[in-house]
Design a protein. Structure first.
Ligand code: GLN
Length: 470
């Protein structure tokens, strides 16, 4: 999107390479960044009309770290507006297509990030995951996507959707590439008070050590109603691969996972409604046409005066309130508005205890389920998505069906743990299928090692879509 900038970065790296200078770990590698992370001087639109002309005055910590590692920031990727969605259809910039079948969605909200890696446009990209937005598009596009532990990667300069759930993470073709990218972006950041002061191990070196006697937990609750047969078969095949590598498999239980969708779809919209209050047309971002607004108000006033309706005139909204209303009505898309309404309702007095507070309590129980399960096993294995990628438009009119697609991903965010999605098969119609591994907080190294073992034994991650076929 900013070709001159990318060319400048590349030239500078070439020059330093020639002069024999020490270069960063991503020297010269093109990296695409989801359009939700601030990058100085560049547009950061969040795929929203609200920010269509917003140029960030500073770098997010993740972007700053990529620059320090000598990556070439080649472009910004499409997403669902403000990261709300699972198809990239909610983008004000238009839908992104799945490179495996361009009639299908790439998943979301990091749909662009996954599609550009799948289509071999870049080897690495950065996504964000609030309820599955890295893992789900990675599964739909046949690439690797990882959500780090909450607090592992700085959120400074990440436009907030749901602050207690948002995490930045890598999208790549292989676990080894994802490990390298995570190593660059992870780490404590004083500018983000929720970032954890925990050492970052050299993931890319550690992944080559397989885990002897890996103990895999398979949640009973993950293999029930709604799970597509082909997805289940591919996930069970992945399990057999691990067994052939010496892993032991046992059933575990996550009894509160059945409440995860309900809990997530209270907490995420509540936080979103608060975070999105800042888009008022005054500070920055889109603003409705003020001249038109004042002219309309004057017309209304005159009409009411002609009818002698003095009380109605007194009750008219002030120009400022109208400015807020109209700006937000015009600037946000339908899904964002839906979330703001859901969140505002659940937080309103009289409903706060019944919805928000209750959801926080269930969130605790979901976390406790994981703690208990992890006392017995090293990683938890299951599906990423209930189905493979579906056709563009198929679920646009049915938000609830869309939300149910997040069944297997949202609990990792609610619990704050780390999880990864790996390609593990193809459906009968040739669409990629994914398997998910989850590990306890700050055990990214364990997760990556276990994931790398799988890629050493399989070649699903080497399959590429036939781009000529479209
Ligand atoms: N699909 C989920 C949602 O719509 C997750 C989004 C995300 O992780 N950003 O909220």
């Amino acid at each position: 999107m900013e070709p001159e900038l990318a060319l400048q970065q590349a030239e500078q790296i070439d020059r330093r390479r020639k002069s024999g200078a020490k270069l960063g770990p991503l020297a010269g590698l093109p990296v695409a960044v989801k359009d939700v992370l601030c990058s100085e001087g560049e547009l950061t639109t969040c795929a929203s009309k609200m920010l269509e002309n917003f140029r960030s005055p500073y770098d997010s910590t993740v972007v700053a770290k990529l620059k320090l590692a000598d990556a070439v920031l080649i472009g910004r990727t499409n997403m669902d507006e403000f990261a709300m969605g699972g198809t990239t259809e909610n983008s004000a910039l238009g839908v992104t297509r799945n490179p495996w079948n361009t009639d299908c969605i790439p998943g979301g909200s990091s749909g662009g990030a996954a599609a550009c890696v799948a289509a071999d446009l870049v080897p690495l990209s950065i996504g964000t995951d609030t309820g599955g937005s890295i893992r789900q598009p990675a599964a739909f596009c046949g690439v690797v996507g990882m959500k780090p532990t909450y607090g592992r990667v700085s959120r400074y300069g990440l436009v907030a959707f749901a602050s207690s759930l948002d995490q930045v993470g890598p999208v790549a073709r292989t676990v080894a590439d994802a490990a390298l990218l995570l190593e660059v972006i992870a780490g404590h950041d004083p500018s983000d008070s929720t970032s954890a002061d925990v050492d970052v191990p050299p993931y890319s070196q550690q992944i080559t050590e397989p885990i002897e006697g890996l103990r895999i937990g398979v949640p009973r609750e993950y293999f029930g109603e709604g799970l597509d047969d082909e997805v289940e078969a591919a996930v069970r095949e992945a399990l057999r691969t691990y067994q052939s590598l010496g892993a032991t498999v046992r059933e575990v239980s996550l009894p509160h996972s059945r409440y995860s969708i309900a809990t997530y779809y209270i907490i995420a919209p509540c936080e979103a409604s608060s975070n999105l209050a800042r888009y008022d047309g005054v500070h920055y971002g889109y603003r409705t046409n003020e001249k038109q607004l004042l002219a309309d108000l004057e017309t209304e006033r005159r009409e009411l005066a002609a009818q002698g309706k003095e009380r109605e005139i007194a009750e008219l909204d002030s120009p400022l309130v109208r400015l807020y209303r109209k700006t937000r009505a015009e600037g946000f898309g339908p899904e964002v508005k839906r979330r703001i309404m859901l969140g505002t309702y659940a937080l309103s007095s009289g409903y706060y205890d019944a919805y928000y507070l209750k959801a926080l309590k269930v969130r605790r129980l979901i976390r406790r389920d994981f703690d208990e399960a992890f006392s017995d096993v090293d990683v938890i294995l299951g599906p990423v998505t209930p189905t493979a990628a579906y056709r563009i438009g198929e679920k646009v009119d049915d938000p609830l069906a869309m939300y149910l697609g997040d069944l297997f991903t949202v609990s990792a965010n609610l619990a704050g743990i780390t999880a990864i999605s790996l390609p593990c098969g193809l459906s009968s119609s040739g669409m990629p299928l994914g398997v998910q591994l989850q590990a306890p907080p700050f055990e990214e190294s364990r997760l990556l090692r276990a994931a790398h073992m799988f890629q050493q034994a399989t070649d699903w991650h080497e399959r590429r879509p036939d781009l000529a076929a479209g």
